[in-house]
Design a protein around this ligand. Structure first.
Ligand SMILES: [Zn+2]
Length: 218
């Protein structure tokens, strides 16, 4: 995929998340890796004012690589530090989706109330500890919390989702918001029974087979 295609894909994802109500105003940001370049939404980006040409190219230090008219999102360091830490990751979505934000204010991980929690890579979805928005400390907190996972909450702030493609990061954003909403519903109905380590090990085993023609029996 060339850079122009990736810029267009980012613009489409901003519109998709906005249409789904997963982003409010210009609070979220999206990036993709392109070799040594990181393509990221500009500060203040929203579907109505975003074009492929306004996507900003930076390096891992946050330096602008082109004569850009826009500046990168204030949270650019979350993106660059994740790419530095996770060579397998090609795309990052950061959003202030309502149910993720609500749970992030509890400042604790989302426990395994549902088997799909395991699809983020562990037995719970972590929550990065609180740091001020736009700070280096926040970027480092997110990298540490997300390690070994494909996404996490950010305390009293929002969420991030990672992907080997932007499509995957977008799908995981929708999935995390859905799980957050369902967890809130479950806790309103009662006290959710959490899956055991043994049950989760079986879920991880099945995820490894997922997409293959033969799922493990028993
Ligand atoms: Zn934010």
């Amino acid at each position: 995929m060339n850079e122009e295609d990736k810029r267009r894909e980012i613009v489409e994802m901003v519109a998709r998340l906005e249409t789904m109500g997963l982003n409010h105003g210009s609070s979220g940001n999206i990036s993709m890796r392109h070799g040594e370049r990181i393509l990221i939404t500009p500060a203040g980006a929203r579907a109505a004012n975003l074009t492929a040409a306004r996507i900003v190219a930076i390096d891992v230090e946050g330096e602008l690589l082109d004569d850009a008219e826009a500046v990168p999102s204030t949270e650019w360091r979350i993106h660059t530090e994740l790419y530095r830490d996770r060579p397998e990751i090609e795309a990052v979505v950061h959003s202030h989706a309502d149910h993720c934000v609500a749970l992030s204010c509890l400042q604790k991980p989302v426990p395994p109330f549902h088997y799909m929690i395991a699809s983020f890579g562990g037995n719970s979805i972590p929550c990065a500890h609180y740091e001020p928005f736009g700070s280096d400390a926040l970027a480092f907190a997110v990298v540490e919390a997300a390690r070994g996972h494909m996404g996490c909450l950010m305390a009293s702030h929002g969420m991030i989702a990672l992907g080997r493609s932007l499509g995957q990061a977008g799908d995981l954003t929708v999935k995390l918001e859905t799980l957050a909403r369902q967890y809130i519903l479950a806790t309103k109905a009662g006290t959710p029974v959490l899956l055991t380590e043994e049950q989760l090990a079986e879920v991880h085993r099945r995820y490894r087979y997922y997409g293959h023609s033969k799922m493990p029996r028993a």
